[in-house]
Design a protein around this ligand. Structure first.
Ligand code: SAM
Ligand code: SF4
Length: 361
């Protein structure tokens, strides 16, 4: 798809034209990854973070947030509940927490792989090559690291280097994604939609980059303003001028899900919690009908959920794991879609491993 065509879709407002986009994305999803919806049990290990991302409530500078870190036993209890609900994958996510050391995560991954049949996805931020290699060696299957925006100037503004490291000491997120690919992980990335200063041109570049990176998983969601972060300061952060600013709204999020499906037909694409936060009644369902094929029920223990506050009013923080499970499986069935069994590996990753099957028709 050409750059201008992507921009035209992102700016499209006619419902009848958008219905064409939704239909095309839904047909492409059905053709390349099928009708089943994969459930990934999300476990938010820790809300400690050393980073100062301008958009996120977990940033180190947010003194208002009470911090927690799950014990290994708590994590394993959540992992066992994932098995009990029939999920094929657990996603271990956290802030960049130095106490979640390389060996500790390796031990945890080894234990999950020894005691369960689950695939393990990690989303633990920018970690050293040695850590990423050791976790892969321990059995981790997938890694999620969003590049957030491909506009380098905007990225540098919202994502300062690790304190005391200096920008030269850091690998870029793209370098890390490259390492993950070489290590044999299924590689996931994505962006936030509607970051102040993000233009339509930037977002079209992001979508084209999904294809060039040949992503196995694509996670996108609206930017949601957190009052205790620098990006929420309207005096310091401005929207892009001249009608160029991407809105952080529901329709634009569906458009990006649909376009991601069209440029990466075999990727696994979740209908995210951020989307459900914008539309609690039907956000996930509409995402699943417009290109998505994955949902991530939250298995974080109830007492910690509200503390993993990357943005306010997050969907599903009052529910237990069991309530989330029943709610989400009911919503999926109401769409006439089946819930997948098994690990739900990315068809894109499988196609890359068996080159004879790679041609996209
Ligand atoms: N620390 C890891 C990292 O940054 O990759 C994983 C956890 S981080 C909370 C996961 C994702 O949350 C980020 O990649 C970012 O896109 C998203 N996020 C953070 N703050 C957000 C906000 N205010 N609105 C929407 N998404 C946000
Ligand atoms: Fe930390 Fe990730 Fe939030 Fe950045 S986005 S502050 S790395 S948890």
């Amino acid at each position: 798809m050409q750059h201008q065509e992507i921009i035209d879709w992102l700016r499209e407002s006619a419902p009848i034209r958008l219905d064409d986009l939704w239909r095309l994305a839904d047909q492409t999803r059905q053709q390349y990854v099928g009708g089943e919806v994969h459930l990934r049990g999300l476990i938010e290990l820790s809300n400690y973070c050393v980073r100062l991302c301008g958009y996120c409530g977990l940033r180190a500078g947010n003194a208002a947030l009470r911090r927690y870190r799950m014990t290994d036993e708590e994590v394993m209890a959540s992992v066992r509940s994932a098995v009990g609900y029939g999920y094929g994958t657990v996603v271990l996510q956290s802030g960049e927490d130095p106490q979640l050391t390389g060996p500790r995560i390796s031990d945890l991954v080894r234990r999950i792989k020894r005691e369960t049949p689950l695939a393990v996805t990690l989303s633990l931020g920018e970690r050293t090559y040695e850590e990423l290699a050791s976790w892969r060696e321990a059995g981790a299957d997938r890694y999620l690291l969003r590049f957030e925006t491909s506009n380098r100037r905007l990225y540098d503004q919202i994502h300062p280097p690790r304190p005391a490291s200096g920008s030269n000491a850091e690998r870029s997120r793209f370098a890390i994604l490259e390492e993950l690919r070489r290590l044999g992980y299924e590689v996931g990335s994505g962006v936030m939609i509607g970051i102040p200063g993000q233009t339509y041109d930037d977002l079209a570049n992001d979508i084209e980059l999904f294809a060039r990176l040949d992503l196995d998983m694509i996670g996108v969601g609206p930017y949601l303003r957190h009052p205790d972060t620098p990006l929420a300061d309207r005096n310091a952060w401005c929207d892009a001028p001249g009608g160029q600013q991407v809105p952080a709204d529901e329709t634009t999020t569906y458009k990006v899900i649909a376009l991601a499906r069209l440029v990466c037909p075999r990727a696994n694409i979740p209908a995210t919690t951020a989307l459900a936060t914008l539309n609690r009644a039907a956000g996930r369902e509409l995402g699943l009908e417009r290109g998505a094929n994955v949902v991530m029920p939250n298995l974080t223990p109830q007492k910690y959920r509200a503390l993993y506050e990357i943005y306010p009013d997050k969907a599903c923080i009052a529910e237990t794991g069991e309530a989330c499970h029943h709610c989400l499986t009911g919503r999926i069935r109401s769409l006439g879609r089946q819930i997948a069994r098994g690990r739900g590996d990315s068809p894109n990753h499988k196609a890359r491993s068996t080159p004879d099957n790679t041609s996209v028709q």
